[in-house]
Design a protein around this ligand. Sequence first.
Ligand code: GLU
Length: 520
Amino acid sequence: MSVRVRFAPSPTGPLHIGGVRTALYNYLFARKNGGKMLLRIEDTDQNRYVPGAEEYILESLQWLGIEIDEGQGVGGPHAPYRQSERKAMYRQYAEQLITAGKAYYAFDTADEIEAMRQRLEEAGADAAQYNAITRVQMTNSLTLSAEEVQQRIGKGDPYVIRIKIDPKQEIRFKDIIREWVVVHASTLDDKVLLKSDGMPTYHLANIVDDHLMGITHVIRGEEWLPSAPLHVLMYQYFGWEAPQFAHLPLLLKPEGNGKLSKRDADLGGFPIFPLLWQDPNTGTTARGFREDGYLKEALVNFLAFLGWNPGTEQELFTMDELIEAFSLERIHKAGARFDIAKAKWFNQQYLKAKSDEELVDSLQSMVGGSGAEQTHNGKPINLQTVNLKQDNLLKICRLMKDRVTFPQEILTEATFLFDAPDTYEEAVVTSKWNADAVKAIGAYIEDLKTYEGDFLADAVKAVWAATTEREGIKMGKVMQALRLAVTGVGHGPDLMLTMEILGKEEVIKRLEKALDVLTS
Ligand code: GLU
């Protein structure tokens, strides 16, 4: 049997990061087993349809490298399946169940159903449901005569089709992750399968499609576990073989208790959507991992570990390595804490591993526009100070790569390059700015002025070594003062490379300014 899995999102808004994880696990499982991955847009609920949501889903998957093997939607062989394009065909399946005595027409109005609910509540019933007990008092094809049913349908009375749950049985199935799930059918209600507008509900469309598309494994979020017994029963009623189920653990709040929500993300200042989303109805925006500077490799790696582990110490996995290592059996039942610090850690690792050349592309696009668009802590970054030609950008990447979490920080954390210091870190001034420092820096300025060679890190270091030696000052003792003079602070990345990037003129200007400001 060849594996066929599907990712079946509803286009009701931006794809949540939990949905992305579901898609990823389906993809890993399909690839690992040489199977096929389908994308099916479950858009039968027109009221909840949000324009742009489908495009958002496609773009998110594409960005992350989650490839779809099959779809037959309008727009080409790789367009996803869309339930809205298949809607005409679901009715016959609901009617097939009616013929088999497993479903029925129900004509009750909203008011009648409400009245039934109230009656039950007043009588102290546990759950006010349309089920085996209550259906006998309602207006449906089980209580009306066959003629009356035909007559009502004939004159266009609105009706739904409901599943007829036989309450005297236990429903059991073995979930790959949760083991045996056992539910008594008496706890289920007679769910609507076909709505009065002729559209299928989620349950009907989902089961029919999974069957027709030959889905072998349904891998989806834990929130669908309560629906699974109904689905298993529906497969029985149709006389179809059910796929295997694997319900993925919930994503939990960063502190670990309760389900992760948008609010947690807002409070914690992190995204829970893959891409930036602008809501077409409200105009509000929600941040995205991509725009926040997460690398796709890092996000994939992070998501893979939210609910699964390889059982070894290895943490960094490429997509191919994940495919190789993945198995549904190693997914755990317990909820997975959404630890954004871990996502940042992954990002750092992947950023560090990138070559300067790869990083320079993203830096280029950041400095490409007018410099004034770039701000840091609300202040525009002055991109005029340093030469932003390709070779210098490469050096900036090399300087900053190990010290940042996100690509944009290569710019925003390097403001010491773009702005000559206005102030100097006080503790460093007190401890390191002394007569030796003044003397060494004064002499260094003169030596740099007469230095004619290329202004490269090794060379400026050699000049500094020669200056301090000639002046009889230990280089180590005045190093931090030099850093202070150039950057205004006592710590930072490679100082010699910093000076190389700044260039001779700017370095001399900064040294002179420091002498001026700090010795007066
Ligand atoms: N359309 C459902 C969703 O939005 C699909 C659930 C399933 O995978 O069965 O998640």
